[in-house]
Design a protein around this ligand. Structure first.
Ligand SMILES: *[C@@H]1O[C@H](CO)[C@@H](O)[C@H](O)[C@H]1NC(C)=O
Ligand SMILES: *[C@@H]1O[C@H](CO)[C@@H](O)[C@H](O)[C@H]1NC(C)=O
Ligand SMILES: *[C@@H]1O[C@H](CO)[C@@H](O)[C@H](O)[C@H]1NC(C)=O
Ligand SMILES: *[C@@H]1O[C@H](CO)[C@@H](O)[C@H](O)[C@H]1NC(C)=O
Length: 487
């Protein structure tokens, strides 16, 4: 057959039609190689670009990872810790420490290994490679209470409030459950997934002694990208697909959105190393995330896409090697795999001690959670609930610690007359910020992230607003924080 431009276009179309709708799930696990992760340190070019981030992360992927990244910098990496050379994306999560129950020292828990599952799930949409530079973030670094979606996994909008973050505790047997059956998730230990005794939300109180499988962080990313929000708007650009109105369990994205692979991070931490240094089954446990979270609820993950899109699209369309891994996908470019006896690593760009025994967590993050859980509001509380719904799309997220460097520092309107939380939110909204905070009855702050802060008891936000005594405006070094939600 003579291939004219028109017939070649039709051939291309018929190929893309044959791969667009998927009736059953295929997947391939992306494996990493080399000495440890690519790097570790207080680095987060998505949430805290251009400066030290508040807590240590473990980072995998392309060597151009940096404090500030453009849309294409990952693509120019000289090497990658991903076995498949065409993947120069970066993947990161907070790191884990053990707090010695005897003397309070913090000891870094080595990363055991990380896998990233690329799931291609049943859908009527065309699953499309990540555009280079796409930034994704999932989870909530400030969470210290059980997630609103409940302890089970929910990654389909049709099945409830998304709940994509869990811990898995592989064990040789579950005669004693990993989480006490009556745990409310507020008193020293998390809650078991009702459908999976191996998993739950928050940290379990048993040692995870599974074969080659210690405590594991599980993070699912949404797979619907909204190009109208754009590559960089990580707070709003992604959403979980929905099976509403579909058949055969297919889940689709909203019209005009791009259906990307569903990424699932598994990060194993070598917690077995510490098994003789704490007592199991006591309703508490000694591990702490690098941000100071003792509960484990604030686990989160970040991603910047740095794929050769043709190679990833080929994998999406043709590969189903499952746990035998992506490096076994047929038809990868010749010479396209790294030699697993080599390693791709870069320096910590925020040089400071982060390994071994430490007096304090790097970034000086105080331990929070469990004891600091907000008490149930008592009827005698003089607290008024801050106005939060007066500005569309904004809501109150809690009371947070401030410090002399100021947590929200983009715009500071200190000691104004007649400050109210409603007025502060309206002002920050007009100025284009996503967070507003009021403090000391009379101060208004705007910004985009709660850098170096943590949730404190709502009783610390106890001052009436000077402009309206029915609203609360923080307290002494305590911010009433409001956030503009996605959508
Ligand atoms: C990435 O590209 C988009 C346009 O496609 C632009 O709006 C955005 O600012 C860029 N992000 C970065 C971090 O350079
Ligand atoms: C605390 O105990 C650990 C061993 O569990 C030890 O390495 C560390 O030096 C101790 N810290 C202090 C301050 O004594
Ligand atoms: C499912 O779609 C129907 C029709 O569009 C809508 O009325 C309903 O609220 C949706 N349900 C969920 C859970 O989104
Ligand atoms: C501040 O608000 C109070 C009560 O609403 C009002 O009486 C006062 O005039 C206001 N002051 C200014 C400077 O707007």
């Amino acid at each position: 057959m003579r291939v004219t431009p028109l017939t070649s276009l039709l051939l291309a179309l018929s190929v893309s039609v044959s791969v667009s709708a998927k009736d059953s799930r295929t997947f391939a696990v992306n494996h990493f190689y080399g000495n440890g992760p690519l790097t570790m340190g207080r680095m987060d070019p998505i949430v805290d670009p251009g400066r030290a981030s508040s807590h240590v992360h473990a980072i995998q992927g392309g060597s151009n990872f940096a404090l500030t990244m453009t849309n294409t910098s990952a693509l120019d990496s000289r090497c990658t810790s991903s076995l498949v050379k065409a993947d120069k994306s970066n993947y990161w999560t907070p790191s884990l420490y053990f707090q010695d129950p005897v003397n309070g020292s913090f000891i870094s828990v080595p990363m055991f290994y990380m896998n990233v599952y690329y799931f291609f799930e049943p859908t009527d949409d065309t699953i499309t490679a990540f555009p280079p530079g796409l930034r994704m973030f999932i989870g909530d670094s400030f969470m210290r209470t059980p997630p609103p979606g409940g302890p089970g996994l929910v990654i389909d909008l049709n099945l409830g409030t998304p709940q994509p973050i869990q811990w898995t505790c592989p064990r040789s047997n579950y005669d004693i459950p990993s989480y006490p059956q009556d745990s409310d998730g507020l008193h020293g230990v998390g809650i078991q997934d009702p459908n999976n005794m191996g998993a739950g939300v928050g940290f379990p109180d048993m040692n995870c002694d599974g074969y080659a499988s210690p405590l594991r962080a599980d993070i699912h990313f949404p797979s619907c990208y909204n190009p109208a929000a754009g590559l960089s708007d990580y707070k709003n650009n992604m959403q979980f697909p929905s099976s509403n109105g579909t058949s055969d369990g297919k889940a689709n994205c909203p019209r005009g959105w791009i259906h990307t692979p569903h990424l699932f991070y598994e990060v194993y931490w070598d917690t077995q190393k510490f098994q003789d240094m704490w007592t199991q089954g006591q309703g508490n446990q000694p591990f702490i995330l690098s941000n100071g979270d003792r509960t484990g609820y604030s686990l989160h993950g970040d991603f910047i896409a740095g794929w050769d899109v043709d190679v990833l699209q080929h994998i999406i369309d043709t590969c189903n090697t499952g746990t035998a891994a992506m490096d076994k996908c047929p038809g990868l470019p010749a010479g396209g795999l790294n030699d697993p006896s080599t390693s791709c690593n870069i320096a910590n760009l925020v040089p400071e001690p982060i390994f071994g025994v430490l007096d304090k967590l790097p970034g000086n993050n105080p331990p929070t959670g469990w004891d600091n859980v907000e008490p149930t509001p008592s009827t005698t509380s003089t607290n008024t609930i801050p106005a939060s719904t007066a500005v569309h799309g904004w809501s109150h997220i809690g009371c947070y610690q401030d410090n002399p460097d100021r947590v929200l520092s983009a715009i500071i309107l200190a000691d104004l007359v007649n400050v109210t939380s409603t007025g502060c939110i309206a002002y920050c909204n007009i100025e284009g910020f996503t967070m507003a905070g009021t403090e000391y009855g009379s101060q208004c702050f705007c910004g985009n992230s709660l850098y170096g802060s943590w949730p404190i008891s709502h009783t610390k936000c106890n001052m009436k607003c000077e402009g309206d005594a029915t609203e609360t405006c923080g307290g002494s070094w305590a911010l009433s924080i409001f956030e503009k939600k996605s959508g």
